[in-house]
Design a protein around this ligand. Sequence first.
Ligand code: AP5
Length: 213
Amino acid sequence: MRVILIGPPGVGKGTQAKLLVKKYHIPQISTGDMLRANIQQNTALGQHANTFMEAGKLVPDDVILEMIRVRFLEADCKDGYVLDGFPRTIPQAEGLELMLKKIDQKLDAVLVITADNAEIIRRLSSRRSCQECGAVYNLLFSPPHKTDICDHCGGKLYQRDDDKPATIQNRLDVYESQTAPLVEFYYKMDLVRKVNGMGTIDEVSEGIRKALE
Ligand code: AP5
């Protein structure tokens, strides 16, 4: 199964990707997580990417495409993957198509998850992530048992810098201008399956299950 998740920031791509990982035993490839890992390790790539991410802007396409090219070489991608947050621009989608052609692979579906902006702002403002294991919580919808402590590893929870109100609005604008056009791109390839992201996590997951039938 090779699936792309497209949707605005905070719509639940990462949350649903993790459920698909469990169901299909394929890796989640999240460019956001890969970039944040580079920032945490203070690599040159991380330092470069951070200037864009802090402002809610997209990291340049060539950086992202190279990161994906290297990731695809890893053995766990052989039987499929969930692409979460990639591609995000038409040049990235074109780059992905070239890569897939070279390795003779085809996508199975592009899941487009939607939700209204008020809900997205609510979810992002109340998101907390574990700085040790990356687990994601929500203070309103799926809070940790102990305040600011990860249920899984005991790590400290933090709020992402780009989840502050001014940056959220930038990210929503960037989504509309640079990522939303991908829906048309994949629609023409007959790959788009729309999913309503406004329900509970289980309801959205059920929508995805039906979309992949
Ligand atoms: P990235 O990390 O990919 O962020 P994003 O796309 O903005 O998506 P998010 O991770 O914010 O949200 P999500 O949809 O995964 O939602 P989640 O499941 O966490 O990218 C960050 C930055 O990196 C970008 O701005 C850019 O600078 C750079 N970048 C990354 N990829 C790039 C690329 N390809 N090209 C260029 N630049 C790139 O859910 C959100 C919250 O809601 C959580 O708290 C969750 O628990 C909760 N929640 C989820 N579903 C539900 C539900 N159904 N009901 C209630 N709560 C829910």
